[in-house]
Design a binder for this molecule. Structure first.
Ligand code: GDP
Ligand code: IMO
Ligand code: MG
Length: 494
């Protein structure tokens, strides 16, 4: 049953409560003073100082292949969290938030932007396309959303330039290369340049002289490579410089040392949600490599991608659909008969409106995969799960769930390190009773049909994590908050 006393599990550690003991442990680990640039500020963790204690933090991480509904859940949490910080990815993400029927699709801008009192930060782990960022800001402004004085971009974030897209398009279509089915936003090549230590950071974008030299040199090199490998048409460095110098001027007011900003906010007692993009199975290290994105989308990325230390992360919240989807190529063990065939797969796609928020691509659909959810729990340290899109299963009289994986007839907990390893992997299914009635817009656990409560309890039992929130529709209001989750995260009920 939901809300029962949580049993500790080696896979899903029990979430920390904000007790004096926990705060003292943090205090002992971090010490009392932090040096940031020339300013030395006292970070007081002692609870005896009351309001001077460190703000609480939670990471929102996709527990599947992205599009789990992270945008909606971040929006719900911002009712009390003061800051939202994106830590990875770029405008490959599409986070949908619906407030009283009004739809917003956010790509680079964190979900906090939809509450004027909230601070939104694009962290250093993000790759930012300046033109895409400005377009998003313009459309938010046009929709009446406040973006001045509450939206900040890290001076250390990497910049996506047109040659990143050129390289990506060339390589995705090149003979002999694995086709990943990327979003064609230049994400991978931008992270390649970051790791190759030849990238342009936002601080460099604002330095006109450096920008010109960087673009001239990079264009010369990328044009030669792209022509030789993919027969691409060359890009014009002068034109590019003009366009990006202009964008730099417009971006300048948003640029900050966001690591400093975030650590200051924490020291002042402000709470922070780290907004993940993509999902665990798309993580560069832990996902279905090479069919992954190029960033650390798992919870560890929240520390490196923002400059907030891992010791300041309190809770990791994993978001999972009540079933599973994936967009792009790559392994998907519990997939239903692919994009072409399969009435059930098509049925889930239609009912769940499973089409990319930004690209419009149809998403592949399948049943919930509990072994992969346990894996996501282990990799991220998930203590709370949020189950979204429960209402999409409303019509079913029985719901298959993948409860185990078999390789060569033997059950295994190990997730394959090679994409080809998934070809041998077989799902063991158990059929759960469906509820065959509407859960749409239900707002309390008690009002859910018994079979739906049992489905959620089964997820808890099989993963060892607690279900803290259930989403029963796309709108902000169509949400169930479990009382213990409300009290641990300091949320408002109802
Ligand atoms: P994200 O990338 O994880 O933020 O997820 P997306 O926004 O890409 O995709 C989630 C989709 O499901 C969006 O269209 C949401 O509006 C929608 N959605 C979120 N929660 C629910 C829910 O509980 N029920 C239904 N029917 N739709 C939902
Ligand atoms: P959100 O944040 C779902 C997928 C792409 C492709 C792979 C690599 O909305 O959950 P990339 O362009 O990143 O190099 O593509 O990753 N992908 C996503 N799938 N949701 C996302 O983001 C995704 N971002 C990237 O489809 O398979
Ligand atoms: Mg999405």
């Amino acid at each position: 049953m939901l809300g029962r006393t949580h049993q500790a599990s080696p896979i899903f550690p029990v979430s920390q409560s904000y007790s004096a003991a926990a705060a003292q442990a943090v205090c002992a680990t971090l010490g009392r003073a932090a040096v940031c640039g020339r300013a030395i500020f006292q970070v007081e963790f002692s609870l005896s100082r009351g309001s001077a204690s460190r703000g609480r933090t939670a990471v929102i991480v996709g527990a599947q292949w992205g599009d789990e509904g992270k945008g909606k859940i971040v929006d719900v949490l911002t009712q009390t969290f003061s800051v939202v910080a994106r830590y990875a990815g770029g405008h490959n993400a599409g986070h949908t938030v619906i407030i009283n029927g009004k739809k917003f699709i956010l790509q680079l801008v964190p979900g906090g932007i939809l509450r004027p009192e909230c601070i939104s930060v694009v962290g250093n782990g993000v790759v930012i396309d300046p033109l895409a960022f400005l377009k998003e800001v313009a459309s938010l402004r046009a929709a009446g959303v406040k973006v001045d004085g509450n939206l900040f971009v890290s001076s250390r974030a990497q910049v996506i330039l047109p040659y990143h897209r050129m390289m990506e398009l060339g390589s995705e279509n090149a003979p002999g290369r694995v086709k990943i089915g990327t979003t064609s936003r230049g994400i991978g090549p931008a992270y390649e340049d970051k790791m190759g230590r030849r990238g342009l950071r936002v601080a460099d974008l604002l330095d006109s002289q450096l920008l010109r030299t960087h673009i001239e040199n990079a264009c010369r090199e990328k044009n030669m490579i792209a022509h030789a490998l993919f027969n691409s048409d060359p890009l014009d460095a002068d034109k590019m410089f003009g366009e990006y110098a202009d964008a730099a001027e417009q971006i300048a007011p948003f640029v900050r040392d966001t690591a400093l900003l975030l650590n200051h906010a924490l020291a002042e007692g402000k709470s922070i949600v780290f907004e993940g993009a993509q999902g665990t199975m798309l993580d560069i290290d832990h996902g279905t490599y090479p069919f992954v994105t190029s960033s650390s989308s798992t919870s560890g990325g929240a520390a490196t991608g923002t400059g907030v230390p891992p010791t300041s992360i309190d809770t990791v919240i994993g978001i999972t659909k009540a079933y599973c989807t994936r967009v792009g190529s790559g392994p998907f063990p519990s997939e239903l008969a692919g994009l072409q065939g399969g009435a059930q797969g098509e049925d889930l796609r239609k009912r769940g409106n499973e089409y990319g928020a930004v690209t419009g691509r149809p998403r592949r659909t399948g049943w919930l995969d509990l072994p992969l959810l346990r894996y996501a729990g282990m990799i991220n340290g998930i203590s709370w799960l949020v189950v979204t899109k429960l209402d999409v299963l409303d019509h079913l009289t029985e719901i298959p769930v993948c409860v185990g994986h078999k390789v060569d007839g033997k059950e295994t907990d190990e997730v394959p390190a090679q994409a080809c390893g998934y070809e041998k992997l077989e799902c063991i299914y158990r059929k759960m009773p469906g509820w065959a009635s509407s859960t749409q817009a239900i707002r309390t656990v008690e009002a859910l049909p018994k079979a739906a409560r049992e489905y959620l309890a089964f997820i808890e039992k099989e993963t060892g994590a607690r279900v803290g929130m259930i989403s029963t529709g796309p709108d902000r209001e169509q949400t169930i908050l479990v009382p213990d989750f409300i009290s641990e995260l300091g949320l408002k009920s109802g």
